[in-house]
Every structure is written in structure tokens, then in C-alpha cells.
Design a protein around this ligand. Structure first.
Ligand SMILES: [Zn+2]
Length: 69
């Protein structure tokens, strides 16, 4: 009665943490672990603390049209 069934953080499949087959806990599978890791890296790449000036974004948005005046 010590089974711990924990939902996979990615797909919510219940994972039995006490099972010798739960190699990827807390994920249900390697696939879900990879998905989660991927999301993590994307967050990292956002570089918190670095702000892009709004006018720079504006320029990117409108292209060269009426950029010089
Ligand atoms: Zn999963």
C-alpha cells in the first residue's frame, strides 16, 4: 500500500513512483521528459532582465516603411 501514483507534469498520466519501471519520474516517459526540458530551455533563452526597447520592436514590425523622416 505504499504505491505513490503521481501525475506526469507533462501529460498527467499517473506514474507509479515506486515501480522499478518508472525510469523517467516524475515523467511518465522519456518523451515527456524531453518535452519538459525543451520548455525549460526556451524559458532560459528568453534572458530575463534584458529589455528590448519598444521603438526597436516597432521598427521590426513596420519594416523600412516611413522609418526615415
Ligand atoms: Zn507524460
Amino acid at each position: 500500500m505504499t504505491d505513490r501514483n503521481v501525475p506526469c507534469p507533462v501529460c498527467r498520466t499517473l506514474v507509479n513512483w515506486d515501480s522499478p519501471e518508472a525510469h523517467w519520474r516524475p515523467f511518465c516517459s522519456e518523451r515527456c521528459q524531453t518535452i519538459d526540458l525543451g520548455g525549460w530551455l526556451q524559458e532560459e533563452n528568453r534572458i530575463p532582465g534584458v529589455e528590448v526597447p519598444e521603438e526597436f520592436l516597432d521598427e521590426l514590425d513596420t519594416g523600412d516603411e516611413s522609418a526615415n523622416e
